[in-house]
Design a protein around this ligand. Sequence first.
Ligand code: CDP
Length: 237
Amino acid sequence: MNTNKITIAIDGFSSTGKSTVAKQLAKHLGYIYVDSGAMYRAVTFYAMTNDFIDEDFFNVSGLISQLDDIKIRFVFNENLGFAEVYLNDTNIEREIRTLKVSGFVSKVAEISEVRSLLVKQQQQMGVNKGVVMDGRDIGTVVFTDAELKLFMTASAETRATRRFNELLERGDNVQYEDVLRNVEERDYIDTHREDSPLVMAEDAIKIDNSTLGIKAQFDIILDLVNKTLKKEKPSKK
Ligand code: CDP
């Protein structure tokens, strides 16, 4: 058995199935899975519940002044098989997935102070390798030396349909057009921001999963992981 652990960085646009494959890989490999987007969503939820952001205003300096009060933790839930997000000891896993949070999160993620705080925490989580992390800047900023970097894409319509179905399954009352608009808006902000924009790392492998099912995608990616693990042997110090 290969005991040599690697770091797997998965970046890409919204709703490209990053977290689905990241969870599958973490389970299969016995690695830690970190959903970095959940951390940006947690800060956004904090900003919303403390009246720093709404449709018509964003008190950026107010939020920055309270960043030290925001403690984010991941707690593994045996029943669900993945880690849920806690904000200052409250489980907010459900609250952070609403379309309302999605509507503000990219604006919060533009703030450099927020990014540097979360990036430091993410790097700490991956210090011993054996981690699968997904997000927008994992291969380009957080783990530039990750042994395997993936960049996931799919058409905006495919992605919006996936997210729309996810939200309906949760019982959220949403319109497809609003979900599509949110996906496109976040794509724009995430790729155009000054600090750590979403770009494909030069050494990343692009996976377009517009026509790939969950199993087919997992098989392709697991093959890439196994090839990377083979290359990494014998263990580097
Ligand atoms: O799951 P979904 O693809 O909708 O997005 P997410 O991974 O939950 O990320 C939500 C938002 O957080 C993104 O649209 C980005 O604005 C921001 N984000 C980021 O800036 N950097 C990351 N590493 C992860 C997320």
